[in-house]
Design a protein around this ligand. Structure first.
Ligand code: CO8
Length: 264
């Protein structure tokens, strides 16, 4: 579909931002296409997504500077809302999303990666929020998510200086979980996605919601959110079979097998 490709491989879906001639920069069309692809994902069959960029140079080099250059105040705010709405959709997407960051993740590109559940990158990846050097603030959630991910002090330093950092520094500050060679990155992302997809889908969804929703509230309110989602797992096939499978090994370890979770 347009600038965004989607391919499901069993229970793992791969979304690719495909505008390599502009280093996968996010113009309105790319954002619309991404929104449409997200809307078309069959979350009954697909249990984990990988999000990456086309080519070997860039994940997403930011929002499209050409398109933004002539916006009015009202248009700028509307463009920010358009990106924010889609990135919030990713953040609260029912299944986990892994960002496989294969190069530049600047401005809106870093913001897109931060809306995903997990970030891993290639050794040529470059991260940054260059907006202050362009005369704007980050506008697709960067001021909010970067501070939550790496702490306010480091986020402020990166945003105020508009300095880019390489993969090793992104790893050191906790912006990404691991660094791979370019060749290894996508297979590693798919492998992680397959592991996630092999676990009980109702539980994985509940974990995502509990962590995300819990981060917005006090610990007292957070544990109540967890209690509800924990309770929701019981009486499901996946809970009953998952636990029965464990208990069978008390009789005979050879009886333990991989559980085929059924999402019910
Ligand atoms: N927007 C539009 N086009 C871009 C972008 C971009 N962000 N990044 C790269 N391109 C285009 C270039 O213009 C160039 O096109 P052409 O071949 O037609 O000249 C092509 O991609 C290749 O780029 P370069 O030739 O520049 O490649 P280099 O390897 O020399 O440099 C860089 C790569 C360092 C990534 C460089 O392209 C660059 O600095 N790009 C801009 C990065 C940037 O500043 N990103 C942040 C943008 S601001 C933002 O994302 C705000 C998000 C919130 C928006 C809220 C709205 C209100």
């Amino acid at each position: 579909m347009g600038f965004v490709e989607y391919e499901a491989e069993g229970a793992v879906g791969v979304i690719t931002i495909n505008r390599p001639q502009a280093l996968n920069a996010l113009n309105s069309q790319v954002l619309d296409d991404l929104d449409a692809v997200l809307g078309a994902v069959d979350t009954a069959a697909v249990r984990c997504l990988v999000l990456t960029g086309a080519g070997d140079k860039s994940f997403v080099a930011g929002a499209d500077i050409g398109e933004m250059s002539t916006l009015t105040k009202a248009e700028g705010e509307a463009f920010g809302k358009k990106g924010n709405d889609i990135f919030l959709k990713i953040e609260s997407f029912p299944i986990p999303v892994i960002a496989a960051i294969n190069g530049f993740a600047l401005g809106g590109g870093n913001e897109l990666a931060m809306s995903c559940d997990i970030r891993i990158c290639s050794d040529n990846a470059v991260f940054g929020q260059p907006e202050a050097g362009l005369g704007i603030t980050p506008g697709f959630g960067g001021t909010q998510r970067l501070a939550r991910l790496v702490g306010a002090g480091m986020a402020k330093q990166l945003v105020y200086t508009a300095r880019n950092i390489k993969a090793d520094e992104a790893y050191r500050i906790g912006l990404v979980n691991s660094v791979y060679t370019q060749e290894e990155l996508l297979p590693a992302a798919k492998k992680m996605a397959a592991v996630i997809a092999s676990n009980a889908p109702i539980a994985v969804r509940g974990c995502k919601k509990a962590i995300n929703d819990g981060l917005q509230v006090s610990i007292e309110e957070g544990v109540v959110i967890e209690e509800k989602l924990f309770g929701d797992c019981f009486e499901s096939y996946d809970q009953q079979e998952g636990m029965a499978n464990f208990l069978r090994k008390k009789d005979d370890p050879a009886k333990v097998k991989h559980v085929e979770f059924k999402n019910r």
